[in-house]
Design a protein around this ligand. Structure first.
Ligand SMILES: [Zn+2]
Length: 299
């Protein structure tokens, strides 16, 4: 790193994903991505966190604080222990917060990727700081965040696991140990399955979306089925929380126009709340930006 990349006392964000780890910072009210490091299933947490720490200190010898976001169950009360990591098995049980604090000697906060994304959206004023809102990410799994008056509601620590509410007793088995979880019906694989069931063709959500845009009957039907399950889950959440509305993120949210009609129809049949769903655009740096925002709010 050249001297032009030097920063002083910045808030840093680390987004540890299943394929890449992204590191960036907020400087002059702007987010800058500094580096991307490939990660994979065999990525050892200590090795990665040492590499990330070296990178941060080379750019900013005295960071003000560091935020880290990753998928899974994060024990914040224990200082940032990753209790369960769906994509990075070697990270299970690792106290990522303690390791980073040790390496960097600065305040560190750790949270799950969905909460971190929501904190970034709060920071950018995309999610209002008044009222109760629910944030739902539709991707391989379904993530969730409960935001009340601009703060995340954690319960005893692990709230927002919307993807694992049961929508079908005795339904499709879930890696979590349960069956009939919402994310087995409204996750990425479900859309692919609804399409494949109609014509035997394996296609990605993007391909199915392109076909639906062209009016392909089977692609449209797959989205109708997918939307019904999205609507069932959102109605359950609305009945429980009575939110002002929903924000939606994750890869599949980009196809909302295809599944919104059937989702809305199912939703209105199952709850008395208005349909208020707003898309939050994902970018490749949303996670790292959210993590840096979290550091700026909490460190
Ligand atoms: Zn589950």
């Amino acid at each position: 790193m050249g001297s032009s990349n030097r920063f002083e006392g910045a808030f840093w964000g680390i987004d540890v994903g299943g394929s890449y780890t992204k590191i960036g910072l907020i400087a002059d009210d702007r987010f800058r991505l500094v580096d991307t490091i490939p990660t994979g299933e065999d990525c050892h947490p200590v090795d990665l966190l040492e590499e990330v720490s070296r990178l941060i200190l080379a750019n900013d010898p005295m960071p003000a604080g560091v935020g880290l976001g990753t998928a899974g169950l994060i024990d914040r009360s224990a200082g940032g222990v990753i209790r369960f990591s769906p994509n990075l098995p070697l990270w299970n049980g690792v106290n990522a917060g303690a390791i980073l604090r040790d390496l960097l000697k600065v305040p560190v906060v750790v949270d799950n990727d969905c909460n971190v994304f929501a904190i970034g959206a709060l920071n950018s004023r995309l999610i209002p700081s008044e009222g109760l809102w629910l944030f739902v990410t539709l991707g391989t799994g379904i993530g969730g965040t409960i935001i009340n008056q601009g703060s995340i509601v954690y319960g005893t620590g692990y709230s927002g696991e919307f993807g694992h509410m049961t929508v079908q007793e005795g339904g499709i088995p879930c890696p979590c140990g349960s069956d009939g979880c919402w994310e087995r019906y409204a996750g990425k694989q479900s859309l692919e399955w609804y399409y494949k069931r109609l014509n035997g063709i394996q296609a990605s959500p993007r391909e199915i979306s392109n076909l639906a845009s062209l009016g392909n009957v089977q692609a449209c039907e797959a989205f109708r089925e997918y939307g019904r399950w999205v609507g069932i889950g959102l109605a359950n959440l609305a009945n429980c929380f009575s939110p002002m509305g929903f924000f939606m993120g994750g890869g599949l949210s980009a196809t909302l126009n295809h599944f919104e009609p059937s989702a809305q129809q199912e939703y209105k049949r199952r709850c008395k709340h208005g349909w208020n769903v707003t898309l939050l655009e994902n970018s490749s740096v949303s996670g790292a930006f959210g993590a840096a925002s979290m550091a700026s709010r909490q460190c």
